[in-house]
Design a protein around this ligand. Structure first.
Ligand SMILES: [Ca+2]
Ligand SMILES: [Ca+2]
Length: 269
């Protein structure tokens, strides 16, 4: 007991460090422990599916998202300690767009890491092209908060509805400003790789991401149930955080317990 208490005290004395990271993966063979919000309203119809639209084996996530005045997501809401912009963040998977029109989804639909409390997001972003030619487009996005959005077009023509693979990597010290670079790749005839370099002032906004999955923030006005994108993801891997307090206690225990055994052995000798 003394050693456990000692570990807790030592853990409390250690300076706050970046959360330890793990990569979580799911192939959706069975429903993962993800949270669902907002399906069934305003023609939104998404969640876990037993289908294989995205090109993986049966079982995937997704469905139809519309322009809607409420927040929607299907996501892992339990990443452990929220991931700050000061840590590396990565994700990959498959995706498919099965249907869509020139849907102005307002804040758009994100596949990536996000925080529904602040609308902070990092990853891949779908929205309409609002000038001709109209169509659905795909961007890389770093959204620092509700009104601070940095985005770079990936597709430079209306998207082909094909199976794709995708990945993104956030390097917190990368880019031309040294304040962070998001590198995003999407396969396909109109795909490619783009980067977003964040300035020090932008990084200082310091968003945190507590969720991963499919996320559509609320539009400020006007439900449009026929403005839609239908998309699916599968075989996803994504950065999550090991909760900080337990990881520090465990790491400290790993030092203290063998040390205590060695001391006991030494006293006996
Ligand atoms: Ca498909
Ligand atoms: Ca699958």
């Amino acid at each position: 007991m003394r050693y456990v208490l000692g570990a807790i005290v030592l853990g409390a004395l250690l300076p706050a460090a970046a959360p330890a990271q793990v990569i979580r993966s799911t192939d959706f063979t069975v429903p993962p422990a993800w949270s669902l919000l907002g399906t069934g309203t305003n023609n939104n119809d998404f969640g876990y599916r037993t289908t294989a639209n995205a090109g993986g084996a049966a079982g995937e996530a997704g469905g139809r998202f519309t322009r809607t005045t409420s927040t929607r997501y299907y996501a892992d809401r339990n990443l452990g300690t929220p991931l700050p912009l000061s840590t590396p963040i990565t994700a990959s998977g498959r995706l498919d767009i099965s249907d869509g029109n020139s849907a102005d989804l307002g804040p758009g639909l994100v596949i990536g890491h996000f925080n529904p409390a602040t609308a902070a997001s990092i990853g891949i972003y779908f929205n309409a092209q609002l000038e001709t030619p109209y169509g659905l487009y795909m961007d890389a996005i770093v959204r620092l908060g509700p009104s601070a959005i940095i985005q770079t077009r990936i597709t430079n023509s209306p998207m082909a509805f094909v199976d794709r693979t995708w990945n993104y990597t956030w390097d917190p010290v990368g880019g031309i400003y040294g304040a962070g670079r998001l590198t995003t790749t999407v396969s396909g005839p109109d795909g490619g790789t783009v980067v977003i370099d964040v300035t020090a002032a932008q990084a200082a906004v310091a968003p945190v991401f507590d969720s991963f999955g499919m996320y559509a923030a609320a539009v400020s006005s006007v439900n449009q149930p026929t403005w839609l994108v239908e998309t699916y993801i599968d075989d996803v891997s994504y950065t999550a955080a090991v909760p900080e307090p337990s990881s520090i206690v465990l790491a400290t225990m790993g030092v203290l317990v063998p040390g205590a055994r060695w001391l006991r052995r030494r006293r006996k000798a």
